[in-house]
Design a protein around this ligand. Structure first.
Ligand SMILES: *Cc1c(COP(=O)(O)O)cnc(C)c1O
Length: 415
């Protein structure tokens, strides 16, 4: 039996434990298990936003002489988190928009060809590719991967063997199952057929070490409001391998991607380097928040975060086996910690009313992913092992008592 004292001992030995105090914890009674959807608010971000709003008030438009550098500067700070080099990352727009820009740029560069993605991919990624395929008259093919294990190297290689696949879009960590894809192996297998891979790092960056350069990755995008703690709607990032930057052109020809922007010339000519993938005026307040979140991650170190994250998910899985499996839950994530990202998916036939009771009565915040998954994401920077224990204990308790049987099971706007 795994007692709460075991989780307390793990917390006492946790070298990252002090980072929790660097975040706003408004309610100590609330167990937050959704850091993979929206990270907590760093205290430093409150100060950074105060500084920036003061600067806005004082400097007015003159502030732009410094603010204009921020998308590249924050990209360079973020680069080590994803194993990219200087000048290979910019922070701008949303993940959805960046995915569109890079996928369209790759497709144009290849002069057409099929697109390939996983049938179970995150919705926005699928929808963007569907739109691109329709607009360019190219085929969109689907990988039918195992929903728990996710896409594997062999099936990507087999799909690319047709020889006409221009681009594959894949998540590094799957948003539902948490399956961790083998980025270097899949990138290499696709490259054998001259296929580019665009990696979506939204669910991995900040919880799992990513090494884009060592993995030979060509393109990547990701969001900053999950494990990077940039805040709701914070700008996303994009990565383009240096040797490809001059080859690719953004389909959104905005003035922030223009060479000599303030000459305001008659025609668009892309800037040299990564800046050509900017579109319009960046969110400077959002960038300040991203920078503050990234500094905390760098201070903690991605390797240390990964070790703690694996320990947190190991405890979640062990507690699932002991307390939840007998109540009808099924582990819907890879059992091997090496094959899993930072969250754990637990399936149950009546997951939605269970989730509602968990949030509204038990004060645990997970999220629900249809049709049947309760997703627990304990971000390693501020989560404690007792948070895992308490979350599972409250989850087991409510199902044992049958509290969810009286809960309204109609759908909600946001889950
Ligand atoms: C969170 C997430 C996104 C978010 O896209 P937005 O444009 O920020 O809404 C995209 N893709 C994946 C895989 C995600 O996990």
């Amino acid at each position: 039996v795994i007692e709460r004292a075991h989780a307390e001992a793990l917390d006492a030995a946790d070298g990252l434990a002090s980072f929790r105090d660097r975040f706003v914890v408004a309610d100590e009674g609330l167990v937050y298990a959704d850091g993979n959807s929206l990270g907590r608010l760093p205290r430093a971000t409150v100060a950074a936003l105060e500084r920036l709003t003061a600067e806005w008030g004082e400097r007015l438009v003159r502030g732009w002489s410094d603010w204009i550098e921020e998308p590249v500067r924050v990209g360079d700070r973020l680069a080590p988190v994803i194993g990219a080099g200087r000048g290979e990352v910019v922070v701008c727009d949303s993940t959805t928009v960046n995915l569109y820009k890079l996928a369209a740029a790759a497709l144009a560069w290849r002069g057409g060809g099929a697109l390939l993605a996983d049938r179970g991919e995150f919705p926005t990624d699928r929808y963007v590719l569907e739109g691109l395929a329709a607009a360019h008259g190219v085929e969109l093919r689907w990988l039918e991967s195992d929903p728990v294990r996710g896409p594997d190297t062999a099936s990507v290689a087999a799909a690319c063997r047709a020889g006409d696949v221009a681009l594959v879009v894949l998540s590094h960590v799957h948003f539902r199952s948490g399956a961790l894809a083998d980025l270097p192996a899949i990138t290499a297998a696709a490259a054998e057929h001259e296929t580019l891979v665009l990696w979506d790092l939204s669910h991995s960056a900040g919880a799992v070490p990513v090494d884009l350069v060592a993995g030979g990755a060509a393109l990547a995008v990701g969001c900053t409001y999950k494990y990077l703690n940039g805040g709701p709607g914070a700008p996303a990032y994009l990565y383009v391998r240096r040797d490809l930057q001059e080859e690719l052109r953004s389909p959104v020809q905005g003035w922030f991607g223009q060479r000599d922007q303030f000459l305001m010339g008659p025609e668009y000519e892309p800037a040299a380097g990564i800046e050509r993938f900017l579109a319009g005026t960046p969110s400077v307040l959002g960038l300040a928040a991203v920078a503050a979140g990234v500094e905390l991650l760098l201070e903690a170190g991605v390797e240390a975060l990964r070790r703690k994250s694996v320990a947190l998910t190991e405890l979640t899985v062990a507690l699932h086996d002991e307390r939840l499996a007998p109540l009808g839950f099924r582990l819907s994530s890879p059992r091997d910690g090496e094959r899993r990202g930072g969250h754990v998916a637990l399936a149950h036939d009546v997951a939605w009313p269970i989730c509602r009771v968990l949030v509204e009565q038990e004060r645990v915040v997970p999220d629900f992913r249809p049709p049947d998954v309760v997703r627990l994401g304990f971000a390693p920077l501020y989560s404690r092992f007792v948070d895992v224990w308490d979350a599972v204990d409250r989850l087991a308790g409510l199902v044992e008592r049958g509290d969810h049987l009286d809960m309204d099971a109609s759908p909600a706007r946001v889950t």
